[in-house]
Structures are given as structure tokens and as C-alpha cells.
Design a protein around this ligand. Structure first.
Ligand SMILES: Cc1cc2nc3c(=O)[nH]c(=O)nc-3n(C[C@H](O)[C@H](O)[C@H](O)COP(=O)(O)O)c2cc1C
Ligand code: SF4
Length: 450
């Protein structure tokens, strides 16, 4: 393992992760000792630093403006401007408004929301209360992945603590603002991370995406105005309230402000979460993670989970912000950087991801349901040493029929690794087809593959 240079270490900007190493930071007493609920006090009681009471409460519209000014963009994958989303909620419409936090975190390789909820659940709860106040919601939900039992338990405990401390329920901190918060566990389906499928699931239906328009901002949960935001997005809010928009913008790049939790996995010495200003490069992240594992050389990587096109060692210096990654032909996504080496096979990795998409496809639309089914079969054929040159055209043609023609982003995401691995690593495919690489799958995998 190599030690990062001091100038690279300075690129770490622990904001959302700053409490993670404090013992028992998930307990409300410790959280409060470490500035917890100061932002909420500032918003609801007017105390400038969260203590005392010598100014007016912050008006909900001023909060929305603050979030707009900070340039905060959603941490769930698409990077939509958060303040703009909150501003879409119609006011004075007489309908209930809802805040729904997307804690489904199912994208392969992604691991930032779960540790956030494990180590610092109160920052999410505090963010929920402030965001609900801003959009005038009196009921909020956190939809958490069914398998994440440990995080759900910790979150429910934090919600109970917040009720007991008077941060949730009726007349919060004497402000007249009421909020109830429900933690709801899903049943473990990747598609339920897609915001409209999540809303259907929350309403008790089978989780499948809804036709848009209408959008959740006007017809969301129970057909009422709803904001759906990622865990990281909402957890950022208390920090922006206390630190201000200019401070938040002092980190990151012009159009991608603030810090970001990059989750690093794969062939590196120290996998884990690294919070840095947006725009850091993979070269710097690998240095922070102690370098590649001994004997491994970087060959390909995902900048934001398996739904984002692969990049290669040529892209080590691409700034990892929304624009920089798009400029290199990929997507920042969930900043899940999965790192593969010269000892990993891009064809096999792509096949494993495709198995995932095929399994998780909800079946609502034909391009994704049928296209992924067929692509898995073509990959099995290639990996069993029985592929043909024509199979490569079939794969590209199938991707062409899925991308942009599917009902939701799952279908589009499934094609990313196929088209990008064929772009950068066509020779690896040819090596299987022309017999230079030994088959990775046995004949058994071919049942139904032709
Ligand atoms: C198949 C699919 C899965 C998704 N999974 C998640 C998820 O697990 N967590 C998440 O926050 N967003 C996920 N999204 C994105 C959400 O639809 C939505 O854009 C996001 O929750 C909005 O929050 P943000 O604006 O704070 O990023 C997914 C999208 C798709 C198409
Ligand atoms: S793209 Fe896939 S997951 Fe999305 S609606 Fe169509 S079948 Fe369902």
C-alpha cells in the first residue's frame, strides 16, 4: 500500500462524513454535541448559529432560495438541481404535500447512503424536517431498501429519539410546524429506486414506473405534490443551512458544487467511502485509497455504478463532476467507482451486470424485458466459446433498440456497459469468439442460449 501525498490528502473534505468516526454518533446526545439540530433551530426559531433566539425564523421560500443558491444537485444519480425541484411544488393548492426520501440504494457498486444512515442517521432526519418545512409538507417518508435491516433499525431508532426530543410531531420547537416521519422498508427490488416505482410501492402497489407527465411535483404520492430526493441530497441540507450557499459553493466546480461521497470498490488497497470536493480525479482517489492492489494495473472502471458507461486508464484525469464525466462519454451517476484491473475480464464483468438487469427488469416494457433476456443469452454463448462475429452486431443492435426506447432508466442503464465495453475492449470479445481465450462458462450455461 502506498501513502497518499499530503497535497492529495488535503483533497478530502469531510462534511457529510465528518461524524462517522465519532463514537456513538448515531445517538441523539452525541449528534447534538456535534452541532446536530442546530440548523433546525436556526430555521424554526431564528437562532443564527442554532443557539439562543434573536432573529426571525427562516421563511420557507428563503430556504428554497438558499438551496437554489448553493447549487446543490441531487445525489441519487441524475444530478437534478434540488432547489429547483423544491420550487416546483405548487403552493396554496390546498392539497397535502409530501417529502419522500429515496433510500433504496440498489445500484451495483454504490455504497454511500447506507453508511450515512448507519453512522449519522440524525443528519438525514434533520434534513427531512428542514426540507419538509421548506415545501410545506406535514408528512414525510423514508423508503429504505428491504435488505438493509441494520440501517432501518438505526434510522427508526433515530426517528423515535427525534420525536422524544420534540423535533418531530406537533408544534416542533414551538414553531407551529407539525411533521410526522415514517420509515418504510421496501421488499428489495432495484426498480423501486426509480422514483415513480418507489411511489407506487409506497402506496402498496407492485413497484413499476409510472408514465410521466404528470410529474411527482404535482401528482406524486397519493396524487399529491411530492418531492423525491436521495439520502445524500437531504442530508446535505443542514450543512448548507449552517454554512451558507457561498461556503457550499467554495467546494466543487462551477456547475457541480459541494462535496461528494465517492464509494470506491474493487482492486484498490483500501476500498471505502472518500468524501472530496466534486471534480477530484480517479488518479487522486486511487492515491487516497492507498493505490492499486499489489500486482494489479487499472484497466477499466465505472464512474457512477454499473448503469454508467465504462471508462479506462486513459480517463484517470477526468474531473469527477457532472460535466467532466459527461465530457468523457459517461455519467457521474452515484459516484460508485468500481475499479477493475488487467486481471479482470470486461466481457465477463459486463455479463454479470447484464444478469442483474435482466433479473431486475420489472417487465413493464418490451425493449428492456426482452432485450436483456436475449443479451444475457448472447453473452453466455460468447463466454462459453460458442459466439460468432454476428453476435457482436446483434448486441449493438439490441442496445440500440433498448436505449431511448425503454419506459424508464433501467433499460438505458443496462446498455451502458455493453456498448462501452464493445467500444474499448472489442478485442476481448473477439478473443473468446476466435478461441484465444478459454471459455469462462460451461455448456450448462447454454441451455436456452441459442
Ligand atoms: C432503475 C433506477 C434505480 C434508481 N435507484 C435509485 C436509488 O436507489 N436511490 C436514489 O436516490 N435514486 C435512484 N434512482 C433515481 C431516482 O429515480 C431519482 O432521480 C432520485 O431519487 C431523485 O433524487 P435526487 O434529485 O436527490 O437525486 C434510480 C433511477 C432508476 C432509473
Ligand atoms: S425499462 Fe425495464 S424496468 Fe423500466 S419499465 Fe421497462 S421493463 Fe420495467
Amino acid at each position: 500500500m502506498t501513502q497518499p501525498r499530503p497535497e492529495t490528502l488535503q483533497k478530502l473534505t469531510p462534511v457529510l462524513t465528518k461524524r462517522w468516526l465519532s463514537p456513538d454518533a448515531w445517538k441523539i446526545d452525541v449528534y447534538q454535541q456535534l452541532d446536530g439540530y442546530a440548523a433546525l433551530r436556526k430555521v424554526l426559531t431564528g437562532a443564527p448559529d442554532g443557539r439562543g433566539r434573536d432573529a426571525d425564523p427562516v421563511h420557507p421560500d428563503d430556504l428554497i432560495k438558499l438551496i437554489k443558491d448553493s447549487g446543490l444537485r441531487g445525489r441519487g444519480g441524475a444530478g437534478f438541481p434540488t432547489g429547483l425541484k423544491w420550487g416546483f411544488i405548487p403552493q396554496g393548492d390546498g392539497k397535502p404535500h409530501y417529502l419522500v426520501v429515496n433510500a433504496d440504494e440498489g445500484e451495483p457498486g454504490t455504497c454511500k447512503d447506507l453508511p450515512l444512515m448507519m453512522y449519522d442517521p440524525h443528519s438525514l432526519v434533520e434534513g427531512v424536517i428542514i426540507a419538509s418545512y421548506a415545501i410545506r409538507a406535514s408528512r414525510a417518508f423514508i423508503y429504505i431498501r428491504g435488505e438493509a435491516v441494520h440501517a432501518a433499525r438505526r434510522l427508526r431508532n433515530a426517528v423515535d429519539e427525534a420525536y422524544r426530543a420534540g423535533y418531530l410531531g406537533k408544534d416542533i420547537l414551538g414553531s407551529g410546524f407539525d411533521l410526522d416521519l415514517v420509515v418504510h422498508s421496501g421488499a428489495g427490488a432495484y426498480i423501486c429506486g426509480e422514483e415513480t416505482a418507489l411511489l407506487d410501492s409506497l402506496e402498496g402497489f407492485r413497484g413499476q414506473p409510472r408514465l410521466r407527465p404528470p410529474f411527482p411535483a404535482t401528482h406524486g404520492l397519493y396524487a399529491c405534490p411530492t418531492v423525491v430526493n436521495n439520502v445524500g441530497t437531504i442530508s446535505s441540507v443542514p450543512y448548507i443551512v449552517l454554512g451558507g450557499a457561498a461556503w457550499w459553493k467554495s467546494m466543487g466546480t462551477e456547475k457541480s458544487s459541494g462535496p461528494m461521497i465517492y464509494s470506491l470498490s474493487g482492486r484498490i488497497a483500501n476500498p471505502g467511502q472518500y468524501e472530496c470536493s466534486m471534480g477530484i480525479t480517479l488518479r487522486e482517489l486511487i492515491e487516497l485509497a492507498g493505490g492499486m492492489q499489489p500486482g494489479h494495473e487499472l484497466r477499466f472502471w465505472t464512474p457512477g455504478g454499473s448503469s454508467t458507461p465504462l471508462l479506462t486508464a486513459e480517463h484517470l484525469d477526468v474531473p469527477l463532476d457532472f460535466e467532466g464525466v459527461a465530457g468523457a462519454g459517461s455519467i457521474l451517476g452515484t459516484t460508485a467507482t468500481q475499479i477493475f484491473s488487467d486481471q479482470d475480464c470486461p466481457v465477463y464483468a459486463t455479463y454479470r451486470w447484464l444478469e442483474f438487469y435482466h433479473h431486475e427488469s420489472c417487465g413493464k416494457c418490451t425493449p428492456c424485458r426482452e432485450g436483456n433476456y436475449w443479451m444475457v443469452r448472447v453473452f453466455r454463448r460468447i463466454l462459453a466459446g460458442q459466439g460468432t462475429h454476428e453476435d457482436l452486431d446483434t448486441l449493438l443492435d439490441t442496445c440500440d433498440n433498448i436505449l431511448g426506447r425503454s419506459f424508464c432508466g433501467l433499460g438505458d442503464g443496462a446498455t451502458s456497459s455493453v456498448t462501452s465495453s464493445l467500444k474499448y475492449f472489442k478485442q476481448d470479445y473477439l478473443d473468446y469468439i476466435e478461441g484465444r481465450t478459454a471459455p469462462k462458462l460451461s455448456e450448462k450455461a447454454l441451455v436456452g442460449a441459442h
